[in-house]
Design a protein around this ligand. Structure first.
Ligand SMILES: [Zn+2]
Length: 123
């Protein structure tokens, strides 16, 4: 399910952390991914919980044991790398479109030089 416009080797659902190989469909957002199962779960939460928390969490912490949460946190940490890789692909697309390092840096609140150093892959 990899596409040519992403550098992520094995994308994972940002909600359940399942890899793309264990779900039917994985949809990419801005630095995040969601699988078909989590879309269905989130949809059912939205439909059924007008009195629930303002921002329900998937998976709900109350449904997880300490051991399950401990096994989950390395995958949560892996999302940092996944989001960074996705950010790189957004920048690569902007560069492919001819957008300057100055404009990319300005958008990110960093200098042109910092943008180039962070994303160009050149030294
Ligand atoms: Zn999921």
């Amino acid at each position: 399910m990899t596409s040519p416009d992403t550098q992520v080797e094995l994308a994972r659902c940002s909600f359940c952390t399942k890899p793309e190989t264990e779900v039917d469909k994985l949809v990419a957002g801005a630095g995040v991914y969601i699988c078909d199962e989590c879309v269905a779960l989130a949809s059912s939460i939205i439909e059924s919980s007008s009195a629930g928390p303002a921002m329900p969490r998937v998976p709900m912490w109350s449904s997880l044991t300490d051991a399950e949460m401990l096994s989950h946190i390395p995958r949560v940490a892996a999302h940092i790398d996944q989001a960074e890789a996705d950010l790189r692909s957004w920048v690569q697309e902007l560069r492919r479109r001819g957008v300057t390092w100055a404009k990319i840096g300005e958008s990110l609140g960093i200098t042109r030089q910092s943008a180039w150093e962070r994303f160009s892959g050149e030294e």
